[in-house]
Design a protein around this ligand. Structure first.
Ligand SMILES: [Zn+2]
Length: 403
């Protein structure tokens, strides 16, 4: 009888130190050639970690770098993301570059925002538009047949890598990836939230993937077209219109706004950034219509909330003549944002766009506290205390917050 293997050790201080050392060397490199050398060494080690069943060593190395080397920390995150979303694969005698992508969609609804299996006709139309508007000729594409909510995305590096591998393999033959709906938990209902369509793109090694990588646009231009229409932004604007049309039947009763599909991590971060003002607009509309008041009757309170460092701002809404907090939203920091970023100006600008001009800004450092009973975050009132938001309408259970 075959002897069973002893469980593989997953946590190794040596492995974490080695990863951190390679990332620090990459950050300290003084030339492209040296960059390539360290990137390759680091990539091999990260791949080895992703093949084990745990994120522990990667997380340990991130902790080490966070404490000692911020440039190395940034390089390491980038290297992990690259190892997950990019592959080079062989198929029928050719070598392909393959990229896992995300196509995020921001949505808001007073009813419910869908998640779950995508019907085949919708997936096929989405595929056709994606290929025509965003991709170069001779690219192959796979799509997962599932609309993911943020809490249904794979958790952690290793699980994301597993999904990426399946999508990338499916892309080589241009097939879709079937997701078993039973593996996903029910998603919570928010007034405003993000959904993701995931897939992978495969091209012959070194070939471009996206239309905005076109180097000779003049040969592609039709009468009356300008360079701007072939820029990333111009292509995105055309995509946004068509994507919203394709997804309309899936998102009944919702307002929709598509984010530009891109490499998985980059699109994910962009969606997190854009979800903040989107959610603020949705909420101010909701407050006005539910309370039946003009926007000028609302006042906002902005305050910073800290864990080890600044993690998020929380914004409360009150009537203009009352200190009671009606509702609040969380504005988390995303990517490289920190206390030096001008987040408050972004929040104030968004509030002003929504028509809220009475704004109180608190400088106190608040702890990241939540209600012990329902888990809802606590919000600042104009007096500088953190309190439970109390919406006056009886029986209204819509919970408004960002992921
Ligand atoms: Zn509560």
């Amino acid at each position: 009888m075959k002897k069973s293997l002893s469980p593989r050790r997953t946590k190794s201080p040596c492995a974490a130190q080695e990863l951190a050392r390679l990332a620090a060397n990459l950050a300290a490199s003084g030339s492209y050639k040296e960059d390539v050398f360290w990137e390759k060494q680091l990539g091999i080690k990260i791949e080895a970690q992703l093949r084990t069943s745990s994120d522990q060593n990667l997380e340990e190395a991130l902790k080490l770098l966070y404490a000692t080397d911020s440039a190395g920390y940034g390089e390491f995150i980038y290297a992990i993301e690259t190892a997950i979303e990019c592959s080079t694969l062989s198929y029928e005698g050719c070598t392909y570059d393959v990229l896992m992508f995300a196509a995020p969609v921001l949505a808001s609804s007073r009813f419910s925002i869908p998640s779950g299996p995508i019907p085949e006709p919708t997936l096929n139309t989405f595929r056709a538009q994606f290929q025509t508007l965003l991709l170069f000729e001779n690219t192959e594409l796979s799509l997962a047949d599932y609309l993911f909510s943020p809490d249904q995305l794979p958790r952690g590096y290793q699980l994301t890598h597993e999904l990426a591998k399946k999508l990338c393999t499916a892309a080589l033959s241009g097939g879709n990836l079937h997701m078993n709906p039973q593996q996903f938990s029910e998603t919570e209902n928010f007034l405003s939230d993000t959904r993701y369509i995931l897939g992978a793109i495969a091209v012959r090694q070194g070939e471009p993937m996206f239309r905005w990588q076109e180097t000779d646009i003049t040969s592609q231009m039709n009468n009356g077209e300008t360079d701007a229409e072939y820029s990333k932004q111009g292509i995105f604007l055309r995509w946004k219109i068509e994507c919203n049309k394709v997804l309309r039947s899936l998102f009944q009763g919702c307002a929709l706004d598509s984010v530009l599909p891109d490499g998985f991590f980059s699109a994910w971060r962009m969606a997190d950034r854009l979800a903040r003002p989107y959610s603020m607009h949705a909420m101010v509309n909701f407050l006005q219509s539910s309370l039946n008041i003009p926007v000028t009757d609302l006042r906002a309170v902005i305050a910073p909330f800290h864990g080890h460092s600044l993690e998020e701002y929380r914004v409360s809404f009150t009537y203009i003549d009352s200190d009671e907090v009606l509702y609040g939203i969380v504005w988390p920091l995303v990517g490289e944002e920190d206390e030096t970023s001008d987040t408050i100006t972004q929040i104030e600008t968004t509030l002003q766009e929504c028509g809220v001009t009475r704004i109180i800004q608190l400088d106190n450092r608040f702890p990241l506290e939540s209600c012990e009973e329902c888990g809802a975050p606590l919000f600042p009132n104009p007096e500088g205390e953190i309190v439970h938001a109390e919406f006056p309408e009886k029986g209204d259970k819509i919970q408004i917050q960002l992921h």
